[in-house]
Design a protein around this ligand. Structure first.
Ligand code: F6P
Length: 342
């Protein structure tokens, strides 16, 4: 078969491992040839491709990012976009498309699949907020980067008797914040699932510091929001999928905490550091298993399906179920984090 591969949305450590595994199994196991689509759906829309074979994949396993490039292009927001995508696929003789992406990229795959394109999905996001898979690759790497940062922030916070607010990614779900917060011993974790009360945070900080702690590291997910009417926030510009650019709640919190408590407070926004660099061993293995499972799924004619991790096994689920519901943080995990608050 001739198989197209694309990576869409925010990049994520482990993307190259998926590509490498699908190509290796496809070439060696099935005699496939591949087309690499550049920059997510933009490549399919505009016919931007690159050669993709085992040779092109040498050395990419430990490399962050994606050799195919990525974008947030949404063909359904462009006049005639879906038809142009289908024309490209036909003209290149592509029999099936492996789509590696998060909720938005896979949402486009689901719709194109409904229009007759042979698609197989691979779930990707450091946010770990896709339902139908227990974990997405990239999440483990992002958490480790955050924990390393929190450990470092603790020593400088202690030297200066400061409060440090560490902002991590997590647009709709606080998986990174809560996991890194527990592992890093955060004084509090704020997540999008539970609106925070700034007054309560400050009261707790004052109490904590009156008990002899002079430093506190708070971990906040970028998508965390204050309880209605308690703080004014600003929202950023919106992308082709309607998502506002986040990143700023950490600064707002730091300013408010310093003003309300008098404690010297700093903010550190980890931002894209969490998405860059080499994947952990866990993510390399998960991504490799996903890549192999995706090409197997293509050859079983499992179109409209996505590979997923459930109870340590790689399974197939309908693509539509993968994007229909957001996987928010398990309340039990939040309770564990709260036990160590302040
Ligand atoms: O969806 C993954 C994610 O990393 C979010 O946590 C974050 O809000 C967003 O991507 C940032 O995207 P961009 O690369 O467009 O700034």
């Amino acid at each position: 078969m001739r198989v197209g591969i694309l990576t869409g949305g925010g990049d994520c450590p482990g993307l190259n491992a998926v590509i490498r595994a699908a190509v290796r199994k496809g070439e060696a196991g099935y005699g496939d040839t591949f087309v690499g689509f550049r920059d997510g759906w933009r490549g399919v829309l505009e016919g931007l491709t690159m050669p993709l074979d085992v040779e092109a994949c040498r050395g990419i396993l430990p490399r962050g990012g994606t050799i195919l490039g990525s974008s947030r292009t949404n063909p359904y927001k462009i006049d005639g976009g879906p038809a142009r995508c289908m024309a490209t696929i036909e003209s290149l003789g592509v029999d099936a498309l492996i789509v590696i992406g998060g909720e938005d990229t896979l949402g486009v795959a689901t719709r194109l699949g409904g229009e007759g394109v042979n698609v197989v999905g691979v779930p990707k996001t450091i946010d770990n907020d896709l339902s139908a898979t227990e974990v997405t690759f990239g999440f483990n790497t992002a958490v480790q980067i955050c924990v390393d940062a929190i450990d470092r922030l603790h020593t400088t916070a202690e030297s200066h008797d400061r409060v440090i607010v560490c902002e991590v990614m997590g647009r709709h779900a606080g998986w990174i914040a809560v996991t890194a917060g527990i592992a890093g011993g955060a004084a509090a974790v704020l997540v999008p699932e539970v609106p925070f009360d700034i007054e309560e945070i400050c009261t707790n900080l004052v109490r904590r510091h009156s008990r002899g702690h002079y430093a506190s590291v708070l971990v906040v997910a970028e998508g965390a929001t204050p309880k209605a009417g308690t703080l004014v926030t600003v929202s950023g510009e919106v992308d082709a999928f309607g998502h506002a650019r986040l990143g700023g709640i950490g600064n707002l919190l730091a300013t408010e905490i310093e003003q309300r408590t008098g404690f010297e407070t700093r903010a550190t926004i980890l931002g894209h550091i969490q998405r860059g660099g080499t994947p952990t061993a866990f993510d390399r293995v998960l991504a490799t298993r996903f890549g192999v499972a995706a090409i197997d799924c293509v050859h079983d004619g499992g179109f409209g399906q996505m590979v997923a991790l459930q109870s340590t096994a790689i399974v197939r689920v309908p693509l539509s179920s993968a994007v229909s519901e957001l996987k928010t943080v398990d309340p039990g995990l939040l309770e564990v984090a709260e036990l160590f608050h302040f």
